[in-house]
Design a binder for this molecule. Structure first.
Ligand SMILES: NC(=O)c1ccc[n+]([C@@H]2O[C@H](COP(=O)([O-])OP(=O)(O)OC[C@H]3O[C@@H](n4cnc5c(N)ncnc54)[C@H](O)[C@@H]3O)[C@@H](O)[C@H]2O)c1
Length: 324
């Protein structure tokens, strides 16, 4: 039996949208302030999230990995990103502040001498996570949205069986603990009702040969930590913590892993929705998760992958070929 609103005991009027005619159900982030870590060009998820948050009216500040900052700022100044900065209202996305940041170091005492004196770092000051949070507190004040869109695994191309302890721990430090560190330091700056979003990958649950070096473990840790942080930061700061499990995208980081074009083709051939994933689709999902529309959503791993995670059979597998 189909349950019409009347059968469920609801009035038809109550079942209809409560929005005034013509206003729809907008994601309105005007007046909200976002800090996004993990943008160094206009090709990755961090940029796309920034763009969608800006479309919704949020003010955006960035944390850019220290070694990538110079090239990012010079490309930005030279207008290399202008095409992708265009907003629907005709303006260009602006960044309120751009900070150097390295999410592997929590405070100056953690920085080893070889990094401190490295010429890519030495020209910048105050880029550990706690110092960056202090700068954001001084310049921006309270924030509403915290985005973690970064990962790094120096041995990502090595199978787990060949991964060193050092490489494994480096992957976890850069790709998982960095979220904990950011929530520790930025949590106190967040307004109640705020939201934290990170990016994960389904190699946490399923074996994806080629995604090595402990990166699969790092994503599993990130997802588990999302649930625990959702509880702890939910109680302590009244913020929500979610992660988006994204499908394959040909970002700079993904190209460095080496098989991203195969993964994009694989997804196209095998996912329920046959199209290439756009980073902006992930940006839109992040904007939803950061908005009051998702006020009861926390501790959640949200797949934005054209549905690839649901498939248990590779439709393009040679073993399914019955033609002979
Ligand atoms: N591209 C994909 O197919 C894919 C799929 C699922 C999840 N993800 C995840 O999305 C997130 C963003 O990656 P992306 O693919 O958009 O690539 P990207 O290259 O645009 O982003 C990665 C960013 O991490 C930054 N970074 C690296 N080490 C850092 C550090 N120590 N401190 C601060 N920043 C650091 C880099 O500078 C870069 O800006 C990552 O968590 C990644 O694992 C990517």
């Amino acid at each position: 039996m189909v349950l019409t609103p009347q059968r469920r005991g609801m009035s038809v009027k109550a079942a209809a949208s409560t929005s005034p005619a013509g206003t729809g159900l907008p994601i309105d982030l005007r007046g909200k302030k976002a800090f996004i870590a993990g943008v160094a060009d206009d090709q990755g998820f961090g940029w796309a999230i920034a763009k969608q948050l800006a479309e919704a009216g949020a003010e955006i500040s960035l944390g850019v990995w220290v070694p990538a900052l110079n090239i990012f700022e010079s490309n930005y100044r030279r207008g290399k990103f202008d095409e992708n900065r265009k907003l629907a209202n005709g303006g260009l996305m602006e960044f309120a502040h751009i900070y150097p940041m390295d999410a592997v170091f929590d405070s100056p005492a953690d920085v080893p001498e070889d990094i401190a004196s490295n010429k890519r770092y030495a020209g910048n000051k105050g880029w550990t996570v706690s110092e960056t949070a202090d700068k954001v507190a001084a310049d921006v004040g309270k924030i509403d949205i915290l985005v973690h869109s970064l990962a790094n695994g120096p041995e990502v191309q090595k199978p787990l069986l060949e991964t060193s302890r050092r490489g494994y721990l480096a992957a976890l430090s850069a790709s998982s603990y960095s979220l904990i560190s950011m929530v520790q330091r930025f949590g106190p700056l967040m307004n109640p009702g705020g939201a934290v979003v990170s990016l994960t990958y389904n190699a946490s649950n399923l074996v994806i040969p080629g995604y090595g070096g402990g990166m699969s473990t790092a994503k599993a840790a990130l997802e588990s930590d999302t649930r625990v942080l959702a509880y702890e930061a939910g109680r302590k700061y009244h913020v929500r913590v979610n992660t988006i499990s994204a499908g394959p995208l040909g970002s700079r980081a993904a190209k460095a892993i080496g098989f991203i074009d195969d993964m994009i083709r694989y997804s196209y051939e095998n996912a329920p929705i046959q199209k290439e994933l756009s980073a902006y689709e992930v940006g839109a999902a992040a904007a939803f998760l950061c908005s009051p529309l998702a006020s009861a959503v926390t501790g959640h791993v949200m797949f934005v992958d054209n549905g690839l995670n649901t498939m248990g059979l590779a439709l393009d597998s040679k073993t399914l070929d019955r033609s002979e």
